[in-house]
Ligand binder design. Structure first.
Ligand code: UD1
Ligand code: CA
Length: 454
């Protein structure tokens, strides 16, 4: 049987107190609804539908690159009404209903739920909670068969005592939905068309309600406010930290790391507190990351040491490098083996050859440095003339004295030396010395001016 996934994402999320639609709030750096889409992707559904309403334009734009169809629910009249908006686009097989604000649902859990679904069986994901308040409760008959869901606001005292809750996630056939949704009524405490009412309809028709539970209750936790969002974020990050430790990564504190994307580590990687990893980051064997670093979309080769407070983005570091503290590697920074980028150094679109050093307080942009180059403190590649960017090339074993301005386009030859304090705007030949600063003068026994007597 075919599969359609329907993700409900039309609600406003009033309690977030935000102009951003709730489902676009980010968990681990990614909008919640994208987590849902990505997690469901492994199910290989024929189609994925997102029911949108509040902030429809923003949601569409945020999902522009996703292979999903949008169904508009102009007015939010309940979860049953929301699913009904997608009805026309559904195939003839199974339908899985997910929630845009329940981001951590796992594919395996959904697969287990879908396994049993056919015209005689409906799949319902439930969770037993110590505090079930706010959730719809699962009602079972004397034989223990699930027969209905009652919402908190419609429940009797006895029903409120039930701790088995509706996660909202369910799966059934499109034929069943086409039969049941038109029969929903809004005659309830909230005046809404509840999707949950299809359970009683199914039971009345003799369709078995097969319940399943998630392996981890975190999977079905929804987000309604910022506090829940923050809690879910920490719990999710803790899970990532546990996984990294299992893989052999030494974390100084598993509660003080944030991975917003994919972090792949070799053996014996050490990560100190307060680091943030974004996008795709790869850390080679024995890499050590000091406290409070931000690393995005970068590859850091084996035995590299990143000292505290460094920010690295779009960089490729071959290995055995030392970076920072307080270094900033911007996109296109490529460091060969053993290159060193020290404190308060910024690099951008720059190749730094094997063993070359930029140890202090420099800006190196749009440049290529050969091997064994030494760049003195305070060296600036002046790559921008106000209109265009220009390149600086520095040959092997060149020595750039401190406080030098290299005005690009410029080429410094192999083994060349630039005297400290120079402004270099003409190419320097191999093995030459270039100095461009006012000559020092010295006057012997020079009488220093004195204050005149009145
Ligand atoms: C719903 C369930 C409840 C369950 C709980 C789990 C119903 C009637 N109740 O309650 O049994 O325990 O989820 O969290 O289904 N949405 C729309 N359009 C609407 C209404 C809702 O798209 O008209 C979307 C919301 O954006 C949200 C989801 O559906 O993603 C759930 O809606 P919400 O109002 O939060 O339902 P609950 O009252 O929490
Ligand atoms: Ca909810």
């Amino acid at each position: 049987m075919t599969l359609d996934v329907v993700i409900l994402a039309a609600g406003q999320g009033t309690r977030m107190r935000s102009t951003l639609p709730k489902v676009l709030h980010r968990l681990a750096g990614k909008p919640m609804v994208r987590h849902v889409i990505d997690n469901a992707a492994g199910l290989s559904a024929e189609r994925t539908h997102v029911v949108v309403g509040h902030g429809v334009e923003q949601v569409r734009e945020a999902l522009a690159d996703c292979r999903v169809r949008f169904a508009l629910q102009a007015e939010q009249k309940g979860t049953g009404h929301a699913v009904a908006q997608a009805l026309d686009g559904l195939g003839d097989g199974r339908v899985l209903v997910l929630y845009g604000d329940v981001p951590l649902i796992r594919r395996e859990t959904l697969e287990a739920l879908l396994e049993r679904v056919d015209e005689e069986h409906l799949g319902l994901l439930t969770v037993t909670l110590a505090d079930p308040s706010g959730y719809g409760r699962i009602l079972r008959d004397a034989e223990g068969r699930a027969v209905a869901i009652v919402e908190q606001k419609d429940a009797s005292e006895a029903e409120l005592a039930v701790r088995e809750c509706n996660t909202g996630i369910m799966a059934m056939t499109a034929a069943q939905l086409r039969r049941w949704l038109p029969r929903l009524s809004a005659d309830n405490a909230q005046g809404e068309y509840y999707l949950t009412d299809v359970i009683a309809m199914a039971a009345a028709e003799g369709v078995s309600i097969v319940t399943a539970q998630p392996a981890d209750p975190l999977e079905v936790e929804g987000v309604n406010n910022r506090a829940q969002m923050a809690r879910l974020e920490r719990a999710h990050q803790r899970g990532i930290a546990e996984r990294l430790m299992t893989e052999g990564v030494a974390l100084a504190d598993p509660d003080r790391i944030d991975v917003r994307g994919r972090l792949i580590c070799g053996h014996d990687v050490e990560i100190d507190v307060g680091c943030v990893f974004e996008g795709e980051v790869e850390l080679g064997e024995g890499v050590r990351i000091g406290p409070h670093c931000v690393i995005r979309d970068s590859h850091i080769g084996a035995e590299t040491r990143v000292e505290p407070h460094s920010v690295i983005e779009g960089a490729v570091i071959a290995g055995r490098s030392t970076i920072g503290p307080f270094a900033r590697l911007r996109p296109g920074s490529r460091l060969a083996v053993g290159a060193k980028v020290g404190n308060f150094v910024e690099t951008k679109n720059a190749e730094v050859g094997e063993g070359s050093k930029i140890n202090h307080l420099s800006y190196v942009g749009d440049a290529r440095l050969g091997r064994g180059v030494n760049v003195g403190a305070g060296t600036i590649t002046c790559n921008y003339d106000g209109a265009n960017k220009h390149r600086t090339e520095i040959g092997d074993d060149a020595f750039i004295g401190s406080n030098t301005a290299l005005v690009a386009p410029l080429s410094i030859g192999q083994g060349a030396t630039v005297g400290a304090g120079s402004t270099i705007s003409k190419d320097v030949a191999d093995n030459a010395l270039a100095v461009s600063r006012s000559r020092q003068i010295a006057k012997a026994d020079w009488p220093r001016p004195r204050k005149q007597d009145d």
